[in-house]
Design a protein around this ligand. Structure first.
Ligand code: NAI
Length: 507
């Protein structure tokens, strides 16, 4: 099958809605003659107007020459029948997300386009194998999953169905690059890469809310300010629409055989039942609209800084905090201990390992135990979160808070839940990405690229696991599993291997 696409290859886009208009735009910008079809003629005019507006914006910002914009628009023709797409070398389908509608369309296309034409679907949740089943040439059916808004989002997931011909997927990888995109390759599985690996960002966050770890505003602040994520999970679900997010979660849960790890949260179901669908309905986790006050983010009051703290020779991830304390006048004495905690008087401060502070206080023989949540960068983080053991005294706790404040951090306290908030969510994201690798759905490099570009995560979950060490991530998950007695926290085989070999996901 001859599948190499050139800029001269005619591209057909079917469905001229949000996604189809964006796909037509980028294909035409790359030089292809584009034919755009929609079952609703009104959608075609709307799409053309939207593309024209996007191009005018690029021209106004000096990112595109006026003549290029005009030429791009001139390459897009709208058509009123499918038979006008006969010359297409690539068809990208972006119609309604309905399996039967997509199958019917592909069957009809088989009778119209040439045998070598590639048939791509922009579906976000339907199996490519399923769409291709029953066609005369299922090998040319492939997923080409763009992200919204298409002209601005760099990522394209190229999806192989069970019968997709390898050269077809490879041709689309090359085509995506030629269109200025960064493609990743994945096998057709529920959620593909991005929508699958991102599930814990919502699900695990809501678990911590169920355990009343922190109010939603603090939870979001921790993921943003400590975790470096562009948006917190609650505000993000409010933006996506709680109903839409719940529908994706539910379909993933069903498609993955009712694995409890993907079970929808009762909190979310209740919000949806009450009509609180997020921003679009004026309320979700937060309230919106005129007069809605910005939610308060709780933090600890100022505590006196200790004159000195004691730390092990190698404090691992907490080393930058010690440097910040030193820079602000706290003297740091070094001890050669196995213990990785920072000692503030008789209190100990340690990065969470998945156990509660209360359990560590009991197991490590000191009542005054405080755990610290994960931060992406302890050198720069403005906020840190702590959890206090039930046995910890007030004065000892305040000493630890004072030491962290002396490092220049705003300190927020979360309830003493196992694994805290950022560590727990990051460990679950890394575990999910590790399962994608285990199951051969995507490479580690592609899984991380997809999460960085598809969701703007600060670094890929597997790069984060490499940075923390597979040993720590697996230990956090093991401790969570022991704490809750739930399968949900089972360690992915790909993470297990690296835990014992000391290997990493990336070189
Ligand atoms: P949309 O509702 O904005 O546009 C769909 C268009 O398809 C409409 O103009 C409709 O008239 C047309 N249409 C429906 N059935 C048709 C048929 N049988 N033949 C021809 N035209 C038909 O939908 P949107 O958001 O653009 O989504 C399209 C596809 O892209 C869906 O499969 C969706 O899951 C997927 N997708 C959507 C993303 C998003 O953020 N909106 C992101 C990635 C994928």
């Amino acid at each position: 099958m001859a599948v190499a696409l050139t800029a001269g290859t005619a591209v057909a886009v079917i469905g001229a809605g949000t996604m189809g208009s964006g796909i037509a735009h980028v294909a035409a910008r790359a030089g292809h003659p584009v034919a755009l079809f929609d079952a609703q003629p009104a959608a075609l005019a709307k799409a053309r107007a939207a593309i024209e507006k996007d191009l005018a914006f690029l021209v106004s910002k000096g990112r595109m020459a006026d003549e290029d914009a005009k030429a791009t628009l001139a390459r897009i023709r709208t058509v009123s029948t499918l038979s006008e797409l006969a010359d297409a070398g690539l068809v990208v389908e972006a119609i309604v997300e309905d399996r039967d509608a997509k199958r019917a369309l592909f069957r009809e296309l088989e009778g119209i386009v040439a045998e070598h034409a590639i048939l791509a679907s922009n579906t976000s949740s339907i199996s490519i194998t399923d769409i291709a089943a029953g066609l005369k040439h299922p090998g040319r059916v492939v997923g080409m999953h763009f992200f919204n808004p298409v002209p601005r989002m760099a990522l394209v997931e190229v999806i192989d169905g069970l019968q997709t011909d390898g050269v077809v997927a490879e041709a689309l990888l090359a085509t995506s690059r030629a269109w200025g995109k960064t493609p990743v390759r994945a096998k057709s599985t529920p959620g593909f890469i991005v929508n699958r690996v991102a599930r814990p960002y919502y699900g695990e966050a809501m678990r911590t809310l169920t355990e009343r770890a922190a109010p939603s505003a603090l939870l979001d602040a921790l993921l943003r300010e400590c975790g470096g994520f562009p948006m917190g999970p609650c505000e993000l679900m409010d933006l996506i629409g709680l109903d839409v997010n719940l529908a994706v979660t539910t379909s993933t849960f069903h498609a993955l055989g009712f694995d409890r790890r993907y079970a929808p949260s009762l909190i979310q179901q209740e919000l949806v039942r009450s009509g609180r669908h997020g921003r679009k309905s004026g309320a979700g986790f937060f309230t919106y609209g005129e007069g809605a006050a910005a939610p308060e983010i709780p933090s600890e009051l100022a505590c006196a800084a200790p004159a000195a703290v004691t730390a092990p020779t190698h404090a691992g991830p907490l080393e930058p905090l010690l440097a910040r304390m030193t820079a602000n006048g706290v003297s740091v004495a070094r001890l050669s201990l196995d213990d990785s905690a920072i000692h503030v008087g008789s209190a100990r401060l340690a990065l969470t390992d998945g156990r509660t502070a209360t359990r560590r206080a009991a197991e490590e023989g000191t009542p005054h135990f405080v755990t610290l949540d994960l931060a992406l960068d302890f050198e720069k983080t403005r906020r840190v979160a702590v959890a206090r053991a039930d046995q910890c005294g007030d004065a000892e706790y305040e000493g630890v808070v004072g030491a962290l404040q002396a490092a220049g951090c705003v300190v927020s306290r979360v309830d003493d839940i196992a694994g805290m908030v950022v560590m727990r969510i990051v460990a679950m994201l890394a575990n999910e990405a590790a399962d994608v690798v285990t199951q051969g759905i995507a490479s580690a490099a592609d899984a991380d690229t997809a999460m960085r570009l598809g969701t703007n995560y600060p670094i890929g979950p597997l790069a984060w696991a490499d940075r923390l060490g597979a040993k720590l991530v697996a230990e956090v998950l093991d401790n969570l599993r022991a704490h809750f007695g739930e399968e949900r926290y089972r360690v992915s085989p790909a993470l297990q291997r690296r835990r014992w070999s000391g290997g990493t996901f990336h070189e």
